[in-house]
Design a protein. Structure first.
Lengths: 282, 289
């Protein structure tokens, strides 16, 4: 199904979600989220609702606060105001690790792989909390160690195969081409078993054919893993092509929300991106 | 000649085991734990007390020393270093020196400054090949060092904790966002490093059987030198640096001058660092711009 056919429906709360998720509880419900850095309000009154299988986009001009929103959701920053409900659970008081275990995983705008480790080990670090053995088992390499490591190895290859990267498992992550590093970051994030995947500019630096492949993969990930995805992206082809709903952020506040078509024609959005039209405003 | 060489490797193995503690802590927590040398001394005293006062056999008393030092390492990290996780590295360095003096003076209060004769823990006969005699302590030291090296290498490369350690060493923030408990990983590193220090303490005191509150200071500095020499942050580097340092020291003592041996050791360090500032196996640091 193309995202052009998506219809957003309004819930009893002020959120719009794709029609198919109408009766499911929201995966992410953020209300009145805000953070101040000293006197500077970086994000204010940020509200968003994302349904369990939705692909949502977060766009906005440079410096609008998009990455700050990701940092708030993952508790890199503690929000000054507002609540974040993940699958109905308030993440207030959780730290980054607990939020990750509760089901939010992310990638980074500037790639942050473990460059000196192999591709497979990078994925295994994502699997860390699902590998179950203790230190003595690891030191003495008891049977449980071999069992768990074998499971992790198989799982890592399985995850890498989403992007056809299983042949690169032994490579050093830092030596991969740029596009492959971006894909590996997504695999590593998926390895933590998220319910909500945050992608921070997944197509940055990719060429058009890599981008269109990425678009297919984003949908494939959503369909296979049955997770919600929230992505930040400047590539409008990708955003308009893959996102079912889009929120537009400017100066830390949401100025518009809707389907790709609605956003494209929203005068406020056009103003934020291109500036106000002097002629017509006079 | 050969016996000097073996003594050199043996002394170097002790340095290497100590250097591993420095290098792992530096690699993961990015700090120089100058109290590490004094953990060695505590390890020596623990083994001494359990054998001399309690009459324990060698193996349980070594295990006891390891246990005490491991716990001590974790406590030092929790109390002294963890509150400074975000402070400047200079503040942490000064704190480490403070902890070092604290441990030395605590030992002085408990055991006084009189040297204690360390009991012989290795009760095998010395190995005699032709006219060369190799002390059993040297053999045990070298074997212990090889085992530790293998286990540690396998641990850091093949287990999930080892991978978590390397991930934390590269990027704490990203590791945390992947669900890795950075604090627990750092604690574990201190635990391993301090446990190794205890083993080093027992081996060192077996080879040079006088035990004083300052026993750990000089080997600590030398092992730190070894870690820098081999490339700080690198486990094989610490091993290589330690062993080379031991060999250089013994040969300098034997052929040049006993008094000047330390000066020669440090002169070699300076020359190596001029030629290769990252140490022998140091990681090249090149940032993409």
């Amino acid at each position: 199904m193309s995202n052009k056919d998506i219809k957003l429906v309004q819930l009893p709360s002020p959120n719009f979600v794709p029609e198919r998720d109408r009766d499911k509880p929201l995966m992410l419900e953020v209300s009145h989220l805000g953070i101040d850095f000293g006197g500077l309000t970086a994000v204010n009154e940020f509200n968003i609702g994302i349904s369990p299988t939705e692909i949502a986009g977060l766009i906005g001009p440079n410096g609008a606060g998009k990455t700050t929103v990701f940092n708030l959701l993952t508790k890199v920053y503690e929000p000054t105001r507002g609540t974040i409900l993940l699958d109905g659970k308030d993440t207030h008081g959780m730290n980054t690790i607990q939020v990750n275990q509760a089901g939010i995983a992310r990638t980074f705008q500037n790639i942050r792989l473990f460059d000196k480790l192999t591709v497979e080990d990078n994925v295994k670090i994502g699997l860390h909390n699902s590998i179950k053995y203790h230190m003595p088992t690891g030191v003495f390499r008891l049977p449980k160690y071999w069992r768990e490591e074998k499971k992790a190895h198989e799982r890592a290859l399985e995850l890498l195969s989403i992007f056809d990267m299983q042949d690169m498992a032994g490579y050093i992550a830092g030596s991969l081409p740029y596009g492959a590093q971006r894909r590996l970051e997504i695999v590593r994030a998926l390895a933590t078993g998220p319910k909500l995947l945050l992608l921070d500019e997944p197509a940055a630096g990719m060429n058009p054919s890599e981008t269109s492949e990425l678009m297919e993969n984003i949908e494939k990930i959503r369909d296979e893993f049955k997770i919600a995805i929230l992505l930040i992206e400047h590539d409008m082809n990708l955003v308009m092509g893959v996102c079912e709903s889009i929120a537009v952020l400017n100066f830390g506040e949401i100025i518009a929300k809707g389907t790709p078509a609605e956003i494209q024609n929203n005068p406020k959005v056009i103003e934020a991106y291109l500036g106000a039209d002097e002629e017509s405003s006079n | 000649m050969l016996s000097y060489f073996i003594n050199g490797i043996s002394l170097g193995s002790v340095y290497a085991i100590i250097a591993l503690g420095y290098t792992m802590v530096y690699g993961i927590a990015k700090m120089l734990n100058f109290a590490h040398g004094d953990v060695i001394m505590i390890g020596g005293y623990m083994a001494f007390c359990s054998t001399a006062y309690l009459g324990w056999p060698a193996i349980p008393s070594v295990l006891f020393a390891i246990l005490v030092c491991t716990v001590l390492g974790v406590i030092i990290e929790k109390l002294a270093y963890k509150p400074l996780r975000d402070a400047s590295s200079l503040a942490v360095l000064i704190t480490a020196i403070g902890v070092s003096y604290f441990l030395q003076n605590a030992a002085l209060l408990i055991w006084s400054s009189n040297p204690k004769a360390f009991p012989n823990m290795v009760k095998f006969p010395n190995l005699v090949i032709g006219d060369i005699q190799i002390s059993s302590v040297a053999i045990v030291t070298i074997i212990a060092c090889i085992i530790i090296m293998i286990v540690l290498t396998l641990f850091t490369t093949k287990t999930k904790m080892g991978k978590a350690m390397r991930a934390v060493s590269e990027d704490k923030g990203a590791a945390q966002l992947m669900g890795i408990n950075v604090n627990a990983t750092i604690s574990m590193t201190f635990a391993i490093g301090s446990g190794l220090a205890a083993i080093a303490g027992v081996l060192l005191c077996s080879a040079y059987p006088t035990l004083m509150p300052t026993t750990g200071a000089m080997p600590g500095i030398k092992a730190f030198t070894a870690a820098v020499f081999g490339g700080i942050g690198s486990i094989p580097g610490a091993m290589l640096g330690g062993i080379l340092l031991g060999i250089i020291e013994i040969f300098a003592k034997a052929y040049i001058s006993t008094q000047l041996s330390d000066a020669i050791v440090f002169a070699v360090l300076i020359i190596v660092l001029i030629v290769k500032p990252t140490g022998l196996l140091g990681k090249k640091i090149s940032e993409k711009v």
